[in-house]
Ligand binder design. Sequence first.
Ligand code: SF4
Length: 84
Amino acid sequence: MESDEELAAIPEAMIAKDESGMKFENGRCAALTGEVGKHVGCAVYLVRPHVCRTCMPGDEECKIARAEFGFPIDGLPEPEIYEA
Ligand code: SF4
């Protein structure tokens, strides 16, 4: 769970109304910039939620998300280990 200070650092407009997490619009996080499959970024990268910090390229969550969009999951890098 994020601390009150961590939550306060995320722009309110990008947080779900029920404060359960990030706001989702059109099937994607409100903080996601760019075009999926081409180049994307996180508008709140430095203050992103903990759950986002644990997701690493090549890990299981990454593979699930890629598969959902029909992107290949073979040949991904070995995920780095997240340390809080
Ligand atoms: S890292 Fe988290 S906050 Fe940033 S765009 Fe992705 S889901 Fe949204």
